[in-house]
Design a protein around this ligand. Sequence first.
Ligand code: NAD
Ligand code: UDP
Length: 323
Amino acid sequence: MSIKRILVTGGAGFLGSHLCDRLCAQGHDVICIDNFFTSQKSNVEHLLPRRNFELIRHDVTHPLWLEVDEIYNLACPAAPGHYQYNPIKTMKTSVMGAINVLGMAKRCNAKVLQASTSEVYGDPDIHPQPESYRGNVNPIGPRACYDEGKRAAETLFFDYHRSNNTNIRVIRIFNTYGPRMHPFDGRVVSNFIRQALANEDITIFGDGSQSRSFCYVDDLIEGMIRMMNGPDDFVGPVNLGNEHEFTIRELAEEAIRQCDSKSKLVFRDLPADDPKQRQPDITLARAKLGWEPTVPLAEGMAKTIEWFSSINLGDYRAPTPNY
Ligand code: NAD
Ligand code: UDP
């Protein structure tokens, strides 16, 4: 395998840091850029001594001049509480970030992968969602800064591909969890594990009958790398996620069981535009990439709980007001 110079934007985040781990272990020359809005340097601290890893503090809304062979564009707050903190900045990050990495890809003749999201389907009215489904997104709701930003980024990727022959890949990631999720990101897996470990009330929004399908991080990263290295005539978009669907109540019960917790379930109002159901159709990923998730929820939860038990929550902070 040839050694490549690879840029990972948002490389200090949850998914980005696992991706940097894998790419460094494969021997590639990895440049990680991040503004640390939703991440900690500790996520990539272990990589700093490596000769094939470089960390740059940078905001993707500003241009960056680098020479690379491949770009994984992951920079963007992903948890609802994080992306709604400064919604205008979220939209700028998706759109201006896409323009900046696409410009770099065009100049360097690099391959560029966009980490898009199942949120482009909004609150879906077909189930499970194939890539051909065009979505049910509220353009003026509180989730729109993220959903519409990601949709616009996909548009930019495909227009660069059509207009400039830029070598693109677009993946649509469904709910992914694992070690290094921000413990205060407000996402359901991190909330429930943190609450169960502390024997605190587990906050179920709505009645807990809404469902999600949860993909363990190692499976997701495998799919992402396969997509980048797949044939040039398969640019996506491709769904990456786990097909097994659980209700939010079932997830809470699993967290309580695995943590041997005394937590009680408490019910809170459902946030606006909260999708009722979300499950990927991964037929395309299976056919084109030979990919499917291998880690069941119980096993992935156990690894995630082990990590949450090992961290000091005081080391993690919420997004900063000067972002
Ligand atoms: P994360 O918040 O842990 O990682 C995002 C990273 O991007 C963070 O390190 C953050 O500091 C950085 N960042 C944010 N704005 C930036 C900016 N303007 N300039 C530079 N860096 C910036 O979230 P994650 O779960 O690792 O998500 C990574 C990517 O995958 C995101 O693009 C997200 O939309 C996408 N995604 C994730 C999931 C999931 O379930 N985890 C699902 C769908 C899509
Ligand atoms: N949720 C919940 N309790 C929490 C956090 C989230 O019941 O403490 C619910 C949330 O309303 C949603 C689901 O869990 O229905 C997944 O939420 P998350 O924010 O993790 O991701 P997304 O809505 O983007 O799929």
